[in-house]
Design a binder for this molecule. Structure first.
Ligand SMILES: Cc1cc2nc3c(=O)[nH]c(=O)nc-3n(C[C@H](O)[C@H](O)[C@H](O)COP(=O)(O)OP(=O)(O)OC[C@H]3O[C@@H](n4cnc5c(N)ncnc54)[C@H](O)[C@@H]3O)c2cc1C
Length: 399
C-alpha cells in the first residue's frame, strides 16, 4: 500500500492486486490492534543494527525514507502519533484500523486501481523481464511489477508465501523461511491456571546446561500453554537455537527490583505486620493475585495458614519461587503464531537503493518478503514503509 501510494504520487498508473477482500488485514492485528508503526530512534545505523548483519541493506532506504520521514508522512495525512515506553510509536487514536483506512483513502485519492479477491495463476517472464500477470479470467500487463506478498506468518491473514515461489521460479534465491517472534510452549501443564496474566516488569532468563544463555527485562504474558509478550518474542530466536541443541529452561524473576536479601526482609516485615492474615492475602501485596495460589502450591505452603505460622524453609521456597520461577521449554510455536518470518528473498539479489531485482529487470520487492527480521517494537513495519516507499518511487523514476 505504501508503494502503491508513492508510485501513484509520482504520477504512475498503479494497479494493486490483493487476494483478500481488502488489503492490510495483518496490519489490523498489529500492536494488539493498536499498530506499533515504528520505533523512536534518530540514528539509522542503530536502527539497522537490530536486524543483525542484514541490517546494512536497509541503510540506503532508511536514509531516504526513515523513521522521521515515516512519522512526518503520517502527520501530513492527519494521523497523529504518540511515543510510548521503550520508544514504541503508535497512532494517537490507538487504532490500527486508522492506519489501514489512511492507506485506503490515499490509494483512492491517487486513483490506484484496487483489484481484490484476486488469484494470481502465473507470472511468465521472458528475457529477464516479467511479461504479464495472469489471473483466473484475465491478465494485467505493466511496465514495472512489485511483489510484496509478505512472509508465512499468520497465514490466515493472506500471507501464505506465494511470492517466494514466484521469485524462485524467476531465478531468485530464497533463504529458508522460518517462524520468528513466537510464543513458547512449556511442559508444566499448570501454566493454564495463569493464562492471561500480564507481567509488566519481570526479568526472564534462559538457561541451558545450568548456564545462563539470555536474559531480558520487561513485559511478558502467560498463555494457556506457555508464555508470550515482548521479551519472550524477542528471545524466541535464541531459544530456537538452544532447543536445536537440547533442553532449555526459563526462569522468571517476578520482583526484579529487589535482590534476595531485600525480598526476604520485605516478606518478613509483611508477615510480622499482618501476622493474623492468611498467607494468601499477605502475598497478594507483593505478587499478582493470580500467581499467589500457584506459587503457594509449588512452595507447598497452606494458603489459609496465618502469616505467623510460616517456617524459615517455607519462606526460603517462597523467595526462590518469586525470583527464580522455573519452567521447562517444550517448543516454539509455528508460523500460525509467529509475528514475523525469517529468511526470504536473498538481499544480494536486490539493489538496496531502489529495491529492484538484480535478476529480473522490471521487478521490485518490498516488505516482509525480504530476508529481514527485526525484534518487536515497530521495527518490522518500518521495513515495510521504507522499502515500500523506495520501491514505489524508483519503479516510476526508472521507467
Ligand atoms: C499479530 C501480529 C502483530 C504484529 N504487530 C506488529 C507491530 O505492532 N509493529 C510492527 O512493526 N510489526 C508488527 N507485525 C509484523 C508486521 O505486521 C509485518 O511485518 C507486516 O505486516 C508485513 O507487511 P507486508 O506488506 O510485507 O506483508 P503482509 O502484511 O503479510 O501483506 C501481504 C499481502 O499480500 C497479499 N497476498 C499474498 N499472496 C497473494 C497472492 N497470491 N495474490 C494476491 N495477494 C496476495 C496478502 O493477502 C496480504 O494482504 C505484526 C505481525 C503480526 C502477525
Amino acid at each position: 500500500m505504501m508503494a502503491a501510494v508513492r508510485a501513484s504520487e509520482c504520477a504512475a498508473r498503479v494497479v494493486l492486486l490483493e487476494k483478500n477482500h481488502v488489503p492490510g488485514v495483518k496490519l489490523l492485528m498489529t500492536g494488539k490492534e493498536r499498530c506499533n508503526i515504528t520505533h523512536f530512534e534518530t540514528d539509522i545505523r542503530s536502527f539497522a543494527a537490530v536486524f543483525g548483519k542484514n541490517g546494512k541493506f536497509l541503510l540506503s532506504a532508511l536514509s531516504r525514507f526513515g523513521m522521521k520521514e515515516t512519522i512526518d508522512f503520517f502527520h501530513k495525512h492527519n494521523l497523529n502519533t504518540k511515543i510510548e515506553q521503550d520508544g514504541r510509536i503508535f497512532p494517537e487514536s490507538d487504532r490500527a484500523k486508522d492506519v489501514q483506512a489512511l492507506f485506503l483513502r490515499l490509494m483512492k485519492e491517487n486513483n490506484v486501481t484496487l483489484l481484490t479477491g484476486c488469484r494470481i495463476k502465473d507470472i511468465p517472464c521472458r528475457q529477464s523481464a516479467i511479461e504479464e500477470i495472469i489471473l483466473d479470467t484475465n491478465g494485467v500487463k505493466a511496465e514495472k511489477y512489485l511483489i510484496c506478498t509478505g512472509g508465512l506468518s499468520y497465514p490466515q491473514t493472506g500471507s501464505t508465501g506465494d511470492g517466494y515461489s514466484w521469485a524462485k521460479q524467476m531465478g531468485h534465491t530464497i533463504i529458508r523461511p522460518g517462524p520468528a517472534l513466537t510464543p513458547v510452549a512449556v511442559k508444566e501443564k499448570w501454566v493454564r491456571e495463569l493464562e492471561g496474566l500480564s507481567l509488566n516488569n519481570v526479568r526472564i532468563s534462559i538457561y541451558q546446561n545450568n548456564k545462563k544463555q539470555d536474559e531480558r527485562l520487561g513485559e511478558a504474558l502467560f498463555t494457556g500453554i506457555g508464555m508470550s509478550g515482548p521479551i519472550i518474542l524477542d528471545m524466541s530466536k535464541s531459544i530456537g537455537k538452544l532447543l536445536a541443541a537440547g533442553q532449555a529452561e526459563l526462569f522468571i524473576d517476578f520482583i526484579p527490583d529487589m535482590d534476595f536479601h531485600a525480598l526476604d526482609e520485605r516478606i518478613l516485615r509483611d508477615l510480622q505486620k499482618y501476622n493474623n492474615r492468611s498467607i494468601k492475602n499477605i502475598l497478594s501485596e507483593l505478587l499478582p493475585n493470580k500467581l499467589v495460589p500457584v506459587i503457594l502450591e509449588l512452595a507447598k505452603i497452606d494458603p489459609g495458614g496465618k502469616g505467623s505460622s510460616i517456617t524459615k524453609d517455607e519462606r526460603k521456597r517462597l523467595r526462590l519461587l518469586s525470583k527464580q520461577f522455573p519452567l521447562t521449554i517444550k517448543n516454539l510455536s509455528g508460523f500460525d503464531k509467529a509475528i514475523i518470518t525469517t529468511g526470504g528473498i536473498a538481499l544480494k539479489e536486490i539493489d538496496p537503493k531502489t529495491m529492484r531485482s538484480r535478476i529480473i529487470n522490471n521487478l521490485y520487492f518490498a516488505g516482509e518478503i525480504l530476508d529481514l527480521d527485526g525484534p518487536t517494537g515497530g521495527y518490522n513495519l518500518q521495513v515495510c514503509w521504507s522499502t515500500g516507499y523506495i520501491a514505489g518511487e524508483s519503479a516510476v523514476s526508472c521507467i
